[in-house]
Design a protein around this ligand. Structure first.
Ligand code: ADP
Length: 756
């Protein structure tokens, strides 16, 4: 089937595809068209990675928009939202408008009403539905990318419930679910009343194999000798690919391993660069160092300079996209990555090397083999159509037995079936409250009827399980004042708030109890600890020595904690309390202006992790503030208003990463925590000061950076921001430099104390 034969798309779109080199539809794409994808039919497409799923989604969305409808594309990761938006923006020239919804969970996103195609994560869509976004009623097409993630215990239930809700609101909704090849795509199609397109076709041949010793064994029975001498397996494989002008992706099981592998493999790639590549890579390395001045940033830049890189979820997003771009431009020859890269980002390469097929599993307390599904998704990244003659995916065996095992377990094996994780209590707690609060169910019967539309209900044979858990959850929600139950189900004011704030009801209950227990002015640490012990915060792990360290801090600062501290003999509860304390201390360090670099060192985490914790804390403290006002409105034993003020201040300090005295300055765009401190040290203590101060002092305090200074003066609303004829004040500059060095040297406040 030819692109030119497609009908029902906006004018100009088929020609656009042709100009992109898409003339002929891939077989699974043609199957989707035959099944009516451009006529509004629902489809589940279970096809291998890189086989043109996005094109199928585009056909569905664009034809729906051409008929006057509105489409929603649900992405699995926030990091993918902007990538997809950019991809779809190519269609704006044909009159199709695109919007992406990220950011806060508690807005209704009304501005999206005018967009034809909206991109968002399932959490975001769920929250928009809870907040009553009206445009949701106008949707005619929804695409769920990576729908096999319904199998994921943490994120699956939200995707599942969101799809069920959207389909309930719009009974004629075209549902397009894109999935990796899974064992039971037919069940998903049943659930979504969709036609199944199930194919193993790939646009480029994939050879799968296992390396053992010097021999690379392929699934077609052939073997290749790899003269590797003393070289490690991975290095030899990368070198071998380079000999053929090809790039490699190496999958490992932890961030630390990804960084270490990138460093080692740089020694291989550095010998395969041209002078031109070397000089371009030096520029890229500078760009990387400019993003942030952390050790991770330096390590990445050092590796990239030699043609090697690492990629994991702890990287800053700017770093991630730089790495992806230079890899696609073939400047960087190898990326060592954790499996997050396999899940979405489009970085195909000639050879995929799965070095680690086991990963540490905290629930089990040991190494566990990865799912076939995950390994096959990594495999799927091998081979760039049009660029490589074929793709190759390789596992590494340590023994002869393992060679056979890996063939049986992964190369020949079929991917697992996916199973709904909805019946777990934490998932149901959240979703049942939201379902009632946003009016999807007004009685217990209606609630069960709604839950019947989920994948869980389609899959389970266990009669009564859903009813039992539902009853337990309803009891919990009633006991905590989120729901009222008689012959009808009603969310209370508090329940509505909790649902809109996108909180796990258990987090809300913890926060409410903590705020009620606060006697007068809670401290920032007390509040950080409170939000860190809710199930919505991923706490830091305790490492060796941490138990003693944080136990000591716990006793020292006991009066600051809100609510009851478990005794040391309640082993599990006490450990959790300490993990929350460690997390709270990280937030306190951040809000006390400790250098990013020092924080990553002290807690052995990446800069991206600080950002993650800070964002979550900001969100939870914002929620705490709203809950506090809700309690003030509805409660007889009302909270003192000082509590709300303290919460607000703690939130702002964590948001900007500064002490209280810098809050005013740090909020000015482009100022940030470090510059605010330097300005303050030069005697500029507020926005008003910044508007009035001698410009040469401002320039000095900002270490002579003219462009930055002008921008900042403009942002603070100074009448005449121009720096013509202004010279930096030498004293202010010296003070600023000293402040910067102090921050880097002794880690800010002495009183924080150092661990090492
Ligand atoms: P998936 O989402 O399945 O991982 P993509 O949709 O990203 O895969 O497609 C992979 C690549 O294949 C993209 O670069 C895309 O432009 C290209 N592509 C898709 N369909 C066709 C086609 N029919 N002909 C040629 N190239 C195609």
């Amino acid at each position: 089937m030819k692109v030119a034969d497609l009908t029902g798309l906006p004018d100009g779109v088929p020609e656009h595809f042709q100009s992109q080199g898409i003339e002929e539809l891939y077989p699974p794409q043609a199957e989707a068209v035959e099944a009516g994808i451009t006529d509004g039919e629902s489809i589940v497409a279970s096809i291998p990675t890189a086989s043109g799923k996005t094109f199928i989604a585009e056909l569905a969305m664009l034809s729906s928009v051409a008929r006057g409808g509105k489409a929603l594309y649900i992405v699995p990761l926030r990091a993918l939202a902007s990538e997809k938006k950019e991809e779809f923006e190519e269609f704006e020239q044909y009159g199709v408008s695109i919007g992406v919804s990220t950011g806060n969970y508690d807005s209704d996103g009304d501005w999206l009403a005018t967009k034809d195609i909206i991109v968002a994560t399932s959490e975001k869509v769920d929250s928009l539905v809870r907040n009553g976004a009206k445009w949701v009623d106008d949707l005619s097409c929804v695409v769920a990318d990576e729908v096999h993630l319904v199998n994921d215990a943490h994120r699956g239930p939200t995707l599942e419930v969101t799809l069920a809700k959207l389909r309930r609101v719009n009974p004629n909704l075209q549902t397009v679910a894109l999935s990796a090849t899974v064992g039971n795509a037919d069940e998903m199609a049943d659930w979504l009343d969709a036609t199944l397109v199930d194919s193993s076709w790939r646009p480029i041949d994939l050879r799968k194999g296992v390396l053992y010793g010097q021999a690379l064994h392929f699934d077609d029975g052939t073997q290749q000798e790899l003269a590797r001498g003393k070289q490690k397996e991975t290095a030899a494989l990368v070198e071998d690919t380079l000999g053929d002008e090809g790039s490699s992706l190496v999958f490992v099981n932890s961030r630390r391993n990804a960084e270490a592998a990138a460093k080692r493999l740089a020694d291989v790639t550095k010998n395969h660069l041209t002078d031109e590549e070397r000089s371009k890579l030096r520029e890229v390395a500078d760009e990387i160092r400019d993003v942030s001045d952390t050790e991770t940033s330096d390590d990445l830049a050092n590796a990239v300079e030699k043609g090697s890189a690492f990629h994991h979820a702890g990287l800053a997003s700017e770093h991630r996209s730089i790495v992806e771009d230079v890899f696609r431009d073939r400047l960087v020859k190898v990326i060592s990555a954790t499996p997050t890269l396999a899940a979405g980002v489009n970085t195909p390469s000639r050879r995929v090397i799965v070095r680690d097929w086991r990963r540490y599993d905290g629930d089990v307390g040991g190494m566990q083999p990865l799912d076939v599904l995950e390994i096959h998704q990594m495999f799927g990244r091998a081979g760039r159509p049009g660029l490589d003659p074929y793709g190759e995916a390789v596992l590494i065996a340590k023994s002869h037995e393992e060679l056979q095992e890996l063939f049986d377990q992964y190369v020949w094996a079929d991917p697992e079936a996916v199973h709904s994780k909805l019946a777990a209590e934490p998932a149901l707690r959240t979703h049942i409250l939201a379902t009632v609060a946003s009016g999807f169910a007004g009685t217990e019967d209606e609630l069960l009827d709604f839950l019947e539309r989920t994948l869980y209900a389609t899959q389970t044979d266990e009669t009564g399980r859903l009813e039992t858990v539902t009853q337990r959850v309803l009891d919990y929600l009633e006991r905590n004042g989120f729901l009222e139950r008689d012959d009808r189900l009603r969310a209370t004011g508090l329940g509505h708030r909790v649902s809109q704030l996108y909180l796990d009801p258990m987090s809300a209950a913890e926060i409410i109890d903590g705020l009620r227990a606060a006697e007068d002015d809670p401290t920032a640490l007390g509040l950080y600890h409170l939000v860190s012990r809710t199930p919505d915060m991923y706490q830091l792990y305790l490492r060796s020595g941490d138990r003693e360290r944080y136990t000591e801090i716990a006793y020292e600062r006991e009066p600051e904690f809100l609510g009851h501290m478990p005794s040391e003999f309640e082993d599990h509860a006490f450990e959790d309390w300490l993990s929350a304390l460690k997390t709270a201390r990280l937030l306190e360090d951040w809000a006390s202006e400790l250098d990013e670099d020092r924080i990553t060192e002290r807690y052995a985490i990446g800069p991206g992790d600080i950002r993650g914790k800070v964002d979550t804390a900001e969100w939870l403290l914002n929620a705490a503030e709203r809950l506090a006002s809700e309690l003030q409105r509805s409660d007889e034993e009302s909270l003192p208003s000082a509590t709300t003020t303290a919460v607000r201040e703690a939130r702002k300090r964590v948001q900007y990463g500064v002490e209280e005295e810098l809050l005013d300055l740090a909020g000015v765009r482009n100022v940030g925590r470090k510059r605010a401190r330097r300005l303050y040290a030069a005697g500029i203590e507020s926005r008003a000061d910044l508007r009035e101060a001698d410009k040469s002092v401002v320039l000095g305090a900002l270490r002579g950076r003219r462009k930055t200074t002008e921008t900042i003066l403009e942002n603070v609303g100074r009448k005449d921001p121009s720096l013509d004829d202004v010279e930096a004040d030498a004293e202010a500059k010296a003070t600023a430099t000293k402040t910067a060095n102090e921050a880097a040297g002794n880690g800010g406040q002495q009183s924080l104390g150092d661990f090492e």
